[in-house]
Design a protein around this ligand. Structure first.
Ligand SMILES: [Zn+2]
Length: 442
């Protein structure tokens, strides 16, 4: 018999070193646990590097439409040399806080989902329910979802899962986010995500040339000039429906004249102010602009007195979630950079439009407010990509939220050393998820 309490289970789960590509032992531990809790399990892929399975309230064979909670089994690698308050895979519980890689992202969330499902199982009669509740445990989220979510959106699997909505990771309950209203608790629920687009820019010249002859036409110079141009490309601001909703809620909380302007940011009268407001606030800027981050510049190795024949730059671009952004970005680059530079797409996340705020959003909002009555619930564009995007890419509504209060220290610990989750957050999360799930089978 394995442990039965949320904290003890999370501690056990953290001890499995499930760095992407090594999910299976951790997955088997969870699957066994799910079966002990009386859930039905279904394995979709069973490889060492891609183990994906689900636990459901009733068997998938019943063919019910489902509410799908997703989480990922994998975690990012650790910096062994770093300073650790507690070792990343020890699962230490100290001062009512649990420490370890994945405590928040996303092992803690998986445990909350499990215990919410356990509650539901104990309280509702399953013979007359309208919706199945399914928890989907996925591999490979941290490496782009190819070994996990990408496989689950194949028609033969989706037709078995039948999700009407997906809830995954995303925003969370934060304070200190609204200018002038630091104490207000804001729950961000993501209904859209930025698309990542990784580009390689390569400049090549024919002759190598000796470095004693100075030339403006070296591969490095060509590349650097173009980098300069990308840095100075005019920022284009898009205030779409998601951003409009976000600003409306934030403006309401801010109050005053500034709040009024933020709330009505799309009014034509405020257009001249828009650029300034957005520019002055990094957090707002992320929501309405694409970003092009230069991550590396490389030359092939060679002697110092020889001019390199080729130079390569890598860009991590994060695009707003509209189908037109990728072609527009490429068009912009072709227009401003040197014609001799070759652009290659190295990798990209799925293109997915925002989920329109529907009845499912109302349900998650109500669930959050039942546990945090004074909180503000705000829809938001998540600035990174998660598995949610795969489901949105096939038009399934998907929302991301961590259903508990996040301190700044907790937020900063994700993907860093000393990731931690207070035990109180676990019970908050279980309560919010339980309320949410109850609302689908009243
Ligand atoms: Zn994650």
């Amino acid at each position: 018999m394995v442990a039965q309490e949320p904290a003890a289970i999370l501690s056990e789960y953290i001890k499995y070193k499930s760095i992407s590509g090594n999910e299976k032992p951790a997955a088997l531990y969870l699957k066994n646990l799910c079966e002990q809790l009386g859930f039905y399990t279904t394995v979709f892929t069973n490889a060492d590097t891609s183990y994906n399975f689900c636990a459901s309230l009733v068997p998938l064979e019943k063919g019910l439409p489902s509410v799908l909670l997703i989480n990922h089994i994998d975690v990012v690698p650790v910096d062994e040399q770093g300073v650790w308050q507690h070792k990343p895979f020890d699962g230490v519980i100290s001062n009512d806080t649990i420490y370890g890689r994945g405590a928040i992202d996303m092992k803690g969330l998986a445990v909350m989902q499990l215990f919410a499902l356990k509650q539901i199982k104990e309280t509702i009669k399953t013979d007359s329910i309208k919706h199945n509740i399914i928890i989907l445990f996925l591999s490979g989220e941290e490496t782009g979802g190819i070994n996990g979510a990408a496989k689950m959106i194949q028609p033969e699997i989706l037709s078995r899962l039948k999700p009407i909505v997906v809830y995954g990771e995303g925003g969370g309950g934060l304070t200190n986010v609204i200018p002038g209203k630091k104490d207000e608790l804001c729950f961000f629920v993501s209904n859209a995500e930025k698309k990542s687009l990784w580009l390689k820019l390569e400049a090549k010249v024919k002759s190598r040339g000796h470095s004693s002859v100075s030339s403006a036409k070296t591969a490095d110079r060509i590349l650097l000039k173009s980098i300069e141009k990308i840095d100075h490309a005019e920022e284009h601001i898009v205030i779409d429906k998601t951003a409009e909703e976000t600003f409306k809620e934030i403006g309401k909380i801010m109050g005053g004249l500034k709040g009024f302007i933020v709330k009505h940011i799309n009014f034509w009268v405020f257009k001249p102010l828009r650029r300034k407001i957005v520019r002055d606030n990094e957090a707002m800027k992320v929501l309405v602009t694409n970003s092009y981050q230069l991550t590396q510049i490389q030359n092939p190795k060679g002697p110092i007195n020889q001019v390199a024949q080729s130079a390569t730059a890598y860009y991590d671009c994060r695009l707003l979630p509209h189908k037109s952004e990728k072609p527009n970005t490429l068009k912009l680059l072709f227009r401003i950079i040197d014609r001799r530079i070759k652009i290659t797409i190295e990798d990209e996340s799925p293109t997915s439009e925002a989920t329109p705020l529907d009845g499912n959003y109302d349900k998650v909002k109500a669930a959050i407010l039942s546990e945090f009555p004074s909180a503000h619930v705000i829809p938001v564009l998540f600035p990174a990509t998660t598995d949610n995007s795969y489901f949105r890419s096939v038009n399934i509504p998907a929302y991301g939220v961590l259903p508990f209060r996040l301190s700044e220290e907790m937020t900063e610990s994700v993907h860093a050393n000393n990731e931690k989750l207070p035990l109180s957050a676990i019970s908050q999360g279980i309560k919010v998820y339980t309320k949410l799930l109850e609302s689908y089978n009243p």
